[in-house]
Ligand binder design. Structure first.
Ligand code: AMP
Ligand code: GLY
Length: 426
């Protein structure tokens, strides 16, 4: 089978790597991919942007691509799945209507309320209702969470410590900081506890979670400083006990799928539920994403035993039930993200990366994110540069192996958290 993966991040490198592990997958193409996907045997990058739908279609049709896997939310929300399916191409991911689960927080909230899914209390305001939005935060008090409705590259959520900060977030969203994505804001109750990410596969009829993972959103050790796309992850997180997983299945995943169906949406692909688990074990949904998580995917996929291509084809052909239960190795995995100094603020690009071979020789898997080839060199080209992943019998072992590989790698200004997995090792 020939597969085309759309995207260029660490998630897409991990997807391409896992797909190539399957005996049935003969070749993987990445549009546009990164230096890591370019270097993998059996994998080839294509100079096609993630929103070049016609280019992706033409390549797929001309080269006998049997499956397209869409990584990022942007092309999903722009309707790449509808477009490719109209051209008889099999594609893993939700259609544009389904992608609203991530592309509109107010739409997702309304769906959760309709489905009776536990989530933070909230209110939604349009730009014309700025005065009401401010009155609402004054009445709620701080801390309070202000979210731009649409896609804002992970920057649309403000956890406001004061009412003034919340008012400022409302103003900057309505004054165009996130473009049209900020014309509506969702203001939400502040929740505390531990976060967990549930990535579930669905064919529109059944829905099955992968191993629960935990991301580390904040840039600083001890979960301090501004939020990022994710600085590291591990799986399976013990905060989701088997009992809680059953609850997630029956109270969140199944009602979400049923409500999508009731709205006439045939959702296939991944439903990612970002959860908050309170100190007393109460679960609430913080957000839905319509795709695999990054870097959660880099921690989950090394443990997946059922061939990924078979799962994806089953999702596209309404036969996922036949592959259940999904099988996993009974081990632990951890991914440490190496970022460019300054991220998530301004950072420099073009720094030469050395030590990648030595890191891979340790047995760890170095997934590339913001990297590109420049002549003979691999250089940095993004904020999150690499996701260094290792497995082990315990979290301590997986983390020790991941950090041993991180120690081999150098680039100017490299930054990473040294405390990934602190909750499971201390
Ligand atoms: P979201 O994109 O909605 O998941 O928000 C990004 C991050 O903001 C989450 O992973 C949380 O760390 C934080 N966050 C979002 N909503 C809330 C909330 N209601 N209470 C506390 N933190 C939140
Ligand atoms: N790691 C968070 C996300 O993928 O949205």
């Amino acid at each position: 089978m020939k597969v085309l993966v759309v995207g260029n991040g660490g998630r897409e490198h991990a997807l391409a790597w896992k797909l190539l592990n399957s005996p049935q997958v003969e070749q993987v193409f990445c549009a546009p991919g990164n230096a890591g996907t370019a270097a993998m045997a059996g994998c080839q990058n294509l100079p096609l942007a993630v929103d070049d739908f016609a280019g992706i279609r033409d390549f797929a049709l001309a080269n006998g691509i049997e499956l397209v896997v869409v990584g990022p939310e942007l092309p999903l929300s722009l309707g790449i799945v509808d477009y490719l399916r109209a051209n008889q191409i099999m594609v893993f991911g939700p259609n544009q209507a389904g992608a609203q689960l991530e592309a509109s927080k107010s739409w997702a909230k309304a769906l959760m309320v309709e489905a009776g899914i536990p989530t933070a209390a909230s209110a939604t305001f349009t730009r014309e209702e700025a005065a009401q939005a401010k009155a609402y935060v004054q009445q709620q008090g701080a801390p309070v969470v202000v979210k731009a409705d649409g896609l804002a590259a992970g920057k649309g959520v403000c956890v406001a410590r004061t009412v003034a900060e919340a008012e400022e977030a409302i103003e900057s969203s309505f004054s165009g900081q996130f473009g049209a994505a900020g014309n509506i804001v969702v203001i939400e109750e502040f929740l505390t506890g531990q976060e967990a990410s549930i990535l579930a596969l669905t064919d529109g009829e059944v829905i099955a979670p992968l191993l629960p993972a935990q991301d580390h959103k904040a840039i600083g050790e001890g979960d301090t400083g501004p939020n990022t796309g994710g600085m590291g992850a591990y799986a399976p997180t013990p905060v989701i006990t088997p009992e809680l997983m059953t609850q997630v299945q029956t109270e969140i995943l199944e009602p979400t799928l049923a409500t999508l169906r009731r709205r006439g949406i045939d959702y296939t692909g991944v439903i990612y539920a970002g959860l908050m688990i309170s100190p007393t074990g109460e679960i609430k949904v913080l957000e839905f994403n319509c795709r695999f998580g990054d870097p959660e995917t880099q921690a989950i996929l090394p443990l997946l035993e059922t061939p990924l291509d078979e799962l994806m084809v089953a999702c596209c052909s309404k036969s996922l039930a036949q592959l259940l239960p999904i099988r996993f190795l009974p081990e632990a995995a951890a991914c440490v993200v190496m970022a460019a100094g300054g991220y998530p603020g301004d950072y420099e690009k073009g720094k030469i990366i050395t030590g990648l071979e030595a890191a891979n020789a340790t047995g760890a898997q170095v997934f590339h994110a913001g990297t590109q080839l420049q002549g003979e060199n691999i250089v940095t080209s993004g904020g999150r540069v690499l996701g260094v992943t290792a497995t082990g019998a315990t979290f301590a072992e997986a983390l020790r192996r991941a950090y041993a590989a991180v120690d081999c790698i150098h680039f100017d200004g490299a930054y990473y958290r040294r405390d990934i997995g602190y909750r499971v090792t201390t």
